[in-house]
Ligand binder design. Sequence first.
Ligand code: NI
Length: 255
Amino acid sequence: VKLALSTWKEVEAYLARSKGIVVPLGSTEQHGPNGLIGTDALCATAVAEGLAERAGALVAPGIAVGAAQFNLGFAGTISARATTLIALIEDYVHSLARHGFERIYFMNGHGGNVAPAKAAFQDLYSEYSLGRAQGRVRLRIRNWWDLPNVDRLRRELFGDAEGMHATPSEVAITQALFPGAVGEAPREPARKLTPEFLRDHAGDNHYDAATHRHEFPDGRVGSHPMLANAQLGARLLESAIADAVADYKSFLEEK
Ligand code: NI
């Protein structure tokens, strides 16, 4: 059920049976030579909506712009400052908590959002810890690609060619969602990432946009999106949704 397509009376009735809500969290940034700018928001929304439908949960309007300053060297990217994203997540949580929502589940599609989201969570909890607010809110952020079965599947399908950004798995999901929207990918694999690069830049902790474009001129970061196709995308999406339903249910049941 979508919050945007509900009335306030329906939301009140929903709250009488569930205190949980799902929020898609994405990014609007380049995804390599053939990937869609909206990839991260589109994937997060598809997983979140699939989860909400199967779990009978409410899904809030997604946050489609994330912390992606390192991609501003590529046309079309829109980035929120980490502080903006932190403030927006806090405003979502305060608003939802005001109505009685207690378990707020962020389904994330962009690695660069994780650090700001976790910082926002700690600041929100500190308001309870310091006695400035009363509340029982619990928050979880989950990257769809880290869920156990979809993580196994993408490694099986793509191995090292999954890379770090403009991955074949996220490109495949957009191919399944929007047939015909994704064009041809380059035939040559992207430059392999070194263990040092992976260590220093995990979680999309990249340097500035000019450095990033210089290092990854076509926007791929260690990935080979040519391996993507719509059939694999449908399998990955199904796996992510099934995993997300289980993860969301465990979050609701957590003591
Ligand atoms: Ni992405």
